[in-house]
Design a protein around this ligand. Structure first.
Ligand code: SF4
Length: 371
């Protein structure tokens, strides 16, 4: 999981109350200015998924257990932000239960992102630690999923993991990437998420970094995204399909603006959603969200190599005062069509995609669905 996500359905469907995760993020934001952290605890992985943002390089050094505990102290000092533990495959770290256990002991809200293939042996331990949510990927039925992960049998393991975790009463997220060959499988993915009682489906845009740079033919077009959103509007926002499931969109903040404009054109009153978006800007790089690398480096995002400090030595509350970080969160500094957009305070575009596709962190988001 990367850039902080857009809770799409609740923006348009629910009352103004925050979800538990949003409450934690906003609480920490008000204490320290840091709302949420994605901590990539390892680059090691047992899969070689074709779309992974990790490249094929050897994994870099990673923090020792003692160093990881120091990072947790830093996070604690920063108000216990909403914490995503990610990788690589985090369950490959020998001390992963010490890290998760310490976070939970201190009262953090923790989301663990795993590829699901090692959950068999981990499920009971994760349940006993009361991890708040486990995010597991699904790319389609067996053949599609296994060809995406390049591991025969990975789909079967994911199905088993979802079943085990559901039976243990764990909060679940089913995550996927919006690549062209995954789009025909989205209905299947939604059905599986419903069957396993997932609370959230996380749809992340495909980004041309790491191994995904070889996948130009898999990049979704703007019309692909619009069709997906039109389907979500009909099924889940205007209709009542998948009533228990929230849809989170990753790395694509203009999706919410597109949905708002579509509903407005259909004659619906979207003033409440608009007010919510103004209050909590959707893409929050530069507004409380940080990423921590396996070596402890603090980054604007785990998709960009822009380093702001290191969590072993630097106080996160100071790091977010970095001029570059502040500039990223300041919509009046944006350039190109994002700079002159009437929605820049609500959306701001994806800073990750602006950086990756044009080298300009404050440039326009080339994937904006309004252009
Ligand atoms: S131009 Fe930029 S700020 Fe405006 S809607 Fe598009 S991505 Fe968002």
């Amino acid at each position: 999981m990367g850039e902080f996500m857009t809770h799409l359905k609740s923006l348009f469907k629910e009352d103004d109350s925050l979800s538990a995760a949003e409450r934690v993020a906003m609480g920490s934001l008000s204490i320290s200015g840091v709302s949420s952290v994605i901590w990539v605890v390892t680059e090691k992985c047992n899969l070689r998924c074709i779309h992974c943002y990790e490249g094929n390089r050897e994994p870099q050094r990673e923090l020792s257990t003692e160093e990881a505990m120091r990072v947790i102290d830093r996070l604690y000092d920063a108000g216990k932000p909403l914490t995503f533990i990610s990788g690589g495959e985090p369950l490959l770290r020998k001390d992963i239960y010490s890290i998760l256990g310490r976070l939970k002991e201190l009262g953090f809200r923790v989301i663990l992102s795993t590829n699901g293939t090692l959950v068999d042996k981990a499920a009971e331990r994760l349940a006993s630690l009361e991890i708040d949510n486990i995010a597991i990927p699904l790319y389609g039925p067996q053949e599609s999923h296994d060809s995406f992960t390049r591991m025969r049998g990975s789909h079967e393991r994911v199905m088993r993991a979802l079943g085990l975790l559901r039976d243990l009463g764990m909060g679940l997220t089913v995550k996927t990437v919006v690549a062209r060959s995954v789009i025909p499988n989205l209905e299947y993915i939604f059905q599986m998420a419903q069957e396993f009682g997932a609370r959230t489906i996380y749809l992340c845009d495909l980004i041309m970094v790491g191994r995904a740079t070889l996948l130009t033919q898999e990049l979704p077009s703007k019309d692909d995204w619009r069709r997906i959103l039109d389907w979500i509007i009909e099924q889940m926002i205007l209709g009542n399909e998948y009533p228990e499931i929230e849809v989170d969109i990753g790395l694509h903040p203009s999706t919410a603006i597109y949905v708002m404009e579509s509903l407005r054109k259909k004659g619906y009153d979207v003033s409440e959603a608009e007010a919510k978006m103004r209050k909590r800007r959707l893409s929050v790089e530069g507004r409380g969200y940080l990423s921590i690398s396996p070596t402890g480096d603090i980054l604007i995002s785990n998709y960009t190599p822009i380093k702001l400090g290191n969590a072993l030595n630097d106080d996160l509350r100071e790091v977010i005062r970095h001029p570059l970080y502040r500039a990223v969160g300041n919509s009046s500094k944006l350039r190109g069509w994002c700079g002159s957009c009437e929605y820049r305070d609500m959306c701001g575009g994806s800073r990750v995609k602006a950086y990756i596709y044009s080298g300009e962190l404050l440039g326009e988001d080339p994937t904006c669905l309004l252009h």
